[in-house]
Design a protein around this ligand. Structure first.
Ligand SMILES: Cc1cc2nc3c(=O)[nH]c(=O)nc-3n(C[C@H](O)[C@H](O)[C@H](O)COP(=O)(O)OP(=O)(O)OC[C@H]3O[C@@H](n4cnc5c(N)ncnc54)[C@H](O)[C@@H]3O)c2cc1C
Length: 312
């Protein structure tokens, strides 16, 4: 099968791009590694985190503000399993909407890991081990990102977790240590703080959401502090250890002293890295740096030109 465009990755970059290509009359295929479309945003990012923010806000208001309005609730409890189930239902409805859009726009949906064989050929390795090869005049890489970490904070997905695991915990942590007070740490830290967890933020920079507006960072900190959270700014995490039932986080203070914090979960939210693993970029001659970031020009074109044989 030969396509005008092959899109690798079905996140907000991939599915919207694929729809636009199809609308322009191009024969388009979309390849996605996971069974559901929508990428990080719909499956383990924007949508599920907002679903949990919504649910946790309801709980927080019921616990802390309803009484002032003359509404009394006896025996208020968090049913986390139901909260996570509802979140998954929200995700499922949204991702099914993307399947519908693919069908509506006659885009072929192929599930499996895509990797380059040459600049115009993609091999797709499916979950059952079988392989399919397709060719395309143009190939768009929209493979997104994965949570990153540092060697001092090895992720075990049990007690030392990323945002992906934090979106489906089996219990409300007693003490959640959040490394990195950026947007993802702030969101998920506030979800669990609202549900009753003690939350401590350990951040290398001197404020929350440090890459953004300072005033917003201060306002966000004020709001999260009201939930009872602690903040350790300008602290450098040196070690994270899963000791079985607990996690011990060691950090250097701005004065060069060392502190340790003990919690039951540690969320590592120190940023995300390009997800170009397994793409076999070399076979297409696509240049990337040693962190997997693809070199692109101001039009987001890679270094590989469209050959005249294939140009549309
Ligand atoms: C907890 C959290 C909350 C967030 N909240 C927000 C928010 O509120 N607002 C906002 O704007 N952004 C938010 N984001 C960021 C947002 O999710 C990303 O910016 C967005 O998903 C990027 O889209 P993308 O299409 O580039 O990549 P992705 O959504 O990551 O999609 C890439 C897809 O490519 C697939 N893929 C990768 N390699 C291959 C391969 N070789 N073969 C086949 N498929 C492959 C992946 O499986 C994935 O499905 C949040 C992120 C997280 C983690």
């Amino acid at each position: 099968m030969e396509y005008d465009v092959i899109m690798i990755g079905s996140g907000p970059g991939g599915y919207t791009g694929a729809i636009r290509c199809a609308q322009l009359g191009l024969k388009t295929a979309i390849i996605e590694k996971y069974p559901s479309l929508g990428g990080t945003c719909l499956n383990v990012g924007c949508i599920p985190s907002k679903a949990l923010l919504d649910s946790s806000e309801h709980f927080y208001n019921a616990a802390h503000t309803f009484a002032e309005h003359g509404i009394k609730l006896a025996d208020l409890q968090v049913d986390l399993a139901q909260m996570i189930k509802r979140k998954q239902e929200v995700v499922d409805v949204t991702t099914k909407g993307i399947n519908f859009l693919m069908k509506k726009n006659k885009i072929d949906e192929i599930h499996g890991v895509g990797s380059f064989v040459d600049p115009h050929t993609i091999k797709i390795t499916k979950a059952d081990g079988s392989e399919q090869t397709i060719t395309g005049k143009n190939i768009i890489i929209a493979t997104g990102s994965k949570p990153s970490s540092f060697p001092s904070m090895p992720i075990d997905k049990k007690r030392v977790i990323t945002s992906t695991e934090a979106l489906k915990l089996g219990e409300v942590p007693k003490h959640l240590i959040v490394i990195g007070a950026g947007v993802i740490g702030a969101e998920l830290g506030s979800v669990y703080a609202r549900l009753g967890a003690k939350v401590s933020f350990v951040e290398f920079a001197d404020s929350m959401i440090p890459t953004m507006d300072k005033t917003m960072g201060k306002e966000l900190q004020k709001a999260i502090k009201k939930l009872g959270a602690d903040f350790y700014f300008s602290h450098k995490v040196t070690k994270v250890e899963n000791t079985g039932d607990e996690v011990v986080v060691s950090a250097d203070t701005p004065k060069g002293e060392q502190i340790t914090l003990t919690g039951d979960y540690c969320l590592v939210s120190v940023g995300r890295r390009p997800y170009t693993d397994g793409l076999n970029l070399e076979a297409a001659g696509v240049k990337a740096d040693n962190r997997g970031r693809i070199d692109v020009d101001e039009h987001l074109r890679t270094n590989v030109p469209i050959s005249t044989r294939w140009a549309m």
